[in-house]
Design a protein. Structure first.
Length: 201
């Protein structure tokens, strides 16, 4: 198998992008892109750091996932999770971030590239509280580019069509297999729904 080794080879293979692919990109949050961000309940946050790359799912109620501070600034609260803080560690050492917003039922994704800083300012974090629970920190993101991604990937994946749940290993089964039974197992899976409900925010 031969692999591409230069940008010239890559450009020769794909050619130039069409005008729509280039003209949709903006250096700020346009009114149209604002509507998409405000409707989104889910995004993936990509970061890079000395230990490598990270892509983290972030979800919340529409309008609470991120806050638009102005046309070039987003605020992303860090809701309850697994406390690995991979994304936050990366941001402290390399501020570059990429976000991809998804909205159930919409084929288009929205992509944002920029630079982030983390604040734990108590008053600012408190303004993001849900059910009385503020995030421990908020990433403030300076938007550098924003554009929509066409629907082909979502359509190919049939992402929003009804699907029967596949027979996959559960988190408890994965943890039990990786720890020789020290962590996880059926009890972990049985307790997860109630634990998640108590610690959602």
């Amino acid at each position: 198998m031969r692999f591409l080794g230069s940008l010239e080879e890559l450009h020769a293979l794909y050619g130039a992008p069409g005008p729509a692919a280039l003209r949709k990109e903006a250096p700020r949050i346009t009114p149209e892109y604002r509507r998409i961000i405000e409707a989104a309940p889910f995004l993936a946050l990509a970061t890079a750091g000395p230990e490598g790359l990270d892509c983290s799912p972030r979800g919340d109620r529409p309008g609470e996932l991120v806050r638009i501070l102005d046309e070039t600034t987003l605020a992303l609260p860090d809701r309850r999770g697994n406390d690995r803080i991979d994304s936050l560690r990366n941001i402290l050492r390399d501020p570059r971030v990429a976000l991809m917003f998804l909205i159930p039922g919409s084929g288009n994704a929205l992509r944002v590239n920029g630079r982030a800083r983390i604040t734990a300012d108590a008053a600012f974090c408190a303004s993001f509280a849900v059910e009385g629970k503020p995030p421990r920190s908020v990433a403030v993101i300076a938007v550098e580019t924003i554009y929509f991604q066409c629907a082909r990937a979502v359509l190919r994946a049939r992402l929003w069509e009804p699907h029967a749940a596949p027979d996959l290993p559960t988190p408890g089964q994965i943890l039990a297999a990786m720890t020789a039974g020290e962590v996880g197992g059926p009890r972990y899976d049985a307790e997860w729904p109630e634990r998640a409900a108590r610690t959602m925010w």
